[in-house]
Design a protein around this ligand. Structure first.
Ligand code: MRU
Length: 363
């Protein structure tokens, strides 16, 4: 993929031991990088969505773990490994739903177990190597998903997306926005509808910013307008990301995704979920077993407003994700290929082929 404005944006930079993250809470107004020096900085950046999007939090946390682990100044290998695992557990507690976070941290600690290191210095080198490989593999996975995803789309299509699964939600290119960037470069002339994505406005602040910056035709709509643009016949496909896909194909993604999937079914529009294998969790049987992050009510009535938009003390319910039932998902796009129903069998087969390559499967 050749570069254009947006694809020159690097959400996670690691250079000469320094970790910089594009602070996504400041977008679209300001493009500011923050430096992460400690595990507390990293936890805070994940919790407050300065870095967000399932693959991006996995990559960032891997570097965050390394940044803290290099501070170990003892000489015991056992103690170093224990210290590293404690950092991993701490970082994993920042957000529960996206499996990429615990997946990346486990890859980091497993790399130490596998390497049979003879001193902490070797262990630190191993951790850096692993973090860089997680970073590189995510870029490659996004590019591959872009090509597979583009094979399902045609020039001139109207495409609706929810939340942000773009460049800044990953190491580069995005998951469900990757085919849009590839198609844009190849003259497909897509017309994209971006749901604003209440309450944290990832669609408005991030997706419309990214696509606009790249010169893609994007129209921002409120979440409750999706049915209207579908009914008008303006949407030929829905593309979304995923935070965790269970073994039966149920996929957790940003709150509101399942409503879009149900609408798409009603209007006969294909619904494509982009799920790198790092987001597939065969240890979780169904969507009911996925822990859904609950966030503060202030995000609904206060965060983006000059004054509170609800009476003081009103009760709130603010789940950050919902689960789209597998029956609404037309196809799952991974970096290894496109998976169709029956998902319970086909996801397992895909992951089996991948087994041993990433040390992830525990079945
Ligand atoms: O709360 P967020 O902004 O981290 O939620 C992000 C999403 O739901 C994305 O769609 C998902 O992580 C996939 S990102 C490639």
């Amino acid at each position: 993929m050749s570069t254009n404005n947006v694809l020159n944006i690097t959400p996670i930079k690691f250079d000469e031991g320094k970790l910089l993250l594009l602070d996504q809470t400041k977008l679209p107004g300001e493009e500011i990088y923050i430096e992460i020096d400690t595990k507390e900085d990293m936890w805070d950046a994940i919790y407050h969505l300065k870095v967000r999007g399932a693959p991006a939090i996995g990559v960032a946390a891997a570097y965050g773990l390394y940044i803290e682990a290099v501070k170990y100044d003892g000489s015991s290998v056992t103690e170093f490994i224990q210290y590293t695992k404690e950092i991993a557990d701490y970082l994993a507690s920042a957000r529960p739903t996206a499996v990429n976070l615990s997946w990346a941290l486990r890859k980091m600690t497993d790399s130490l177990d596998r390497a049979c290191i003879s001193n902490p210095k070797e262990g630190k080198e191993k951790l850096l190597e692993e973090a860089m490989s997680i970073h590189k593999e995510d870029i490659e996975a996004c590019l591959a998903m872009g090509e597979y995803g583009l094979s399902l789309l045609k020039p001139g299509m109207g495409i609706l997306t929810h939340c942000n699964a773009g460049t800044i939600a990953t190491a580069k290119y995005g998951t469900c926005l990757a085919p849009i960037y590839l198609g844009h470069e190849r003259g497909y002339g897509f017309k994209v509808f971006a749901d604003e994505t209440r309450p944290l406005l990832q669609g408005a602040r991030l997706t419309s910013w990214e696509l606009n910056k790249a010169g893609v035709d994007v129209t921002l709509i409120c979440d409750n307008m999706a049915a209207t643009v579908m009914k008008k016949g303006w949407v030929d496909a829905v593309v979304v990301g995923c935070d965790r896909m269970a073994a039966n194909g149920d996929g957790a993604n940003k709150i509101g995704t399942s409503a879009v999937a149900i609408l798409a079914k009603e209007y006969g529009i294909p619904f494509y979920m982009y799920v790198p294998t790092s987001t597939i969790d065969l240890n979780t049987e169904t969507g009911d077993d996925i822990e859904i992050e609950l966030r503060k009510g202030e995000e609904i009535y206060e965060m983006w407003y000059e004054k509170p938009m609800a009476p003081e003390g009103v009760k709130t319910f603010n789940p950050s994700f919902d689960v789209t039932d597998h029956k609404y998902i037309t196809a799952v796009i991974t970096e290894k290929g496109i998976v169709r129903p029956p998902y319970d069998l086909n996801l397992k087969a895909l992951m089996k082929e991948n087994e041993g390559k990433d040390g992830k499967l525990t079945e």
